[in-house]
Design a protein around this ligand. Structure first.
Ligand code: BV8
Length: 235
């Protein structure tokens, strides 16, 4: 069974990672264009670096929840060919045991050199503009995809969507493209589509089925169903 799963901020909400558009969402404190665009980084690099330094440091205070754990288990089920695509830049999928997670919008724990384009794992701050381990220039930036920039590994995502038997969207509002358009691409290529979200998303009408509630309950239940359909007992 070829499954493509797309996750958003809602899958990490029960771990204590603020989402973007919910009441106390991240953007509440900051205007998107002030922190998540190349122009903002050009104009006020210190503000943007501190914004991501804060989120990187906050990763140490959170842990995976049952939704992350269930998706890691899904990837190990015999007969399941899973591509786990996330819009999240946290590392909770990996800490729950998931392997080969595709971070289409980048990762907090990675730095990208704007000079030599090399990447390196990064756990500390960038606001003091440390030298790039590759070229020594002080042009390291967060390795995240800002608005107006092209998401990572789009070809790999598109080919998986076109071959998928099942497409599942978890914890995302469907407000940001191209991720918000994946359900239509998968459906057009014959996949069965399922939305698991706290409330109906902006794209809920595009899904064959939608279940609403906390991911920490919906995702383990759904993974058990997949396992049972493959004759595998999971719990
Ligand atoms: C691009 C990284 C060209 C940085 C992010 C078409 C139409 C209109 C606009 C556009 C368009 N195409 C492009 C655009 C422009 C733009 C865009 O979409 N703008 C929007 C605002 C209209 N898109 C871009 O600029 C993209 N680039 O298009 O390049 C291109 C395209 C294709 C191919 C080649 C070239 C780049 C966008 C990426 C920007 N970077 N993040 C950072 O994180 O700081 S986006 C960021 O915001 C996240 O990564 C995520 O993608 C988005 C937030 O959305 P969600 O994750 O869904 O979070 P949100 O808070 O909104 O919703 C949470 C949901 O969870 C809610 O529904 C809530 O109810 C639910 N929930 C809450 N708790 C729970 C829960 N669910 C279950 N359980 C719970 N406990």
């Amino acid at each position: 069974m070829r499954i493509v799963v797309l996750t958003g901020a809602g899958v990490s909400a029960e771990s204590g990672v603020p989402t973007f558009r919910d009441a106390d969402g991240l953007w509440e404190g900051h205007r998107v264009e002030d922190v998540a665009t190349p122009e903002a980084f050009e104009m006020q690099p210190g503000v943007v670096q501190r914004f991501y330094d804060e989120r990187r440091a906050a990763l140490a205070l959170v842990a995976p929840n049952p939704a992350h754990t269930a998706l890691a288990r899904l990837g190990t089920l015999p007969g399941v060919d899973l591509l786990l695509v996330t819009q999240n830049i946290d590392d909770l999928h990996e800490r729950a045991g998931a392997t080969d997670v595709l971070h289409m919008h980048g990762e907090l724990l990675s730095a990208l050199c704007a000079s030599c384009r090399s990447r390196c794992r990064w756990a500390g701050d960038l606001a003091d503009f440390p030298p790039c381990p590759g070229c020594g220039m002080t042009d390291l930036r967060p390795d995240v995809v800002w608005f107006g920039e092209i998401p990572y590994q789009m070809e790999r995502i598109q080919s998986a969507l076109m071959r998928a038997d099942v497409f599942v969207s978890i914890g995302t509002s469907g407000a940001v493209y191209p991720a918000a358009g994946f359900v239509q691409m998968a459906a057009a290529c014959g996949a069965r589509t399922l939305e698991l979200n706290l409330v109906p998303s902006e794209g809920t009408s595009f899904f064959d089925e939608a279940r609403h509630g906390p991911a920490g309950r919906l995702v383990p239940d759904w993974v058990d169903e997949v396992a049972a359909s493959l004759g595998v007992d999971t719990r």
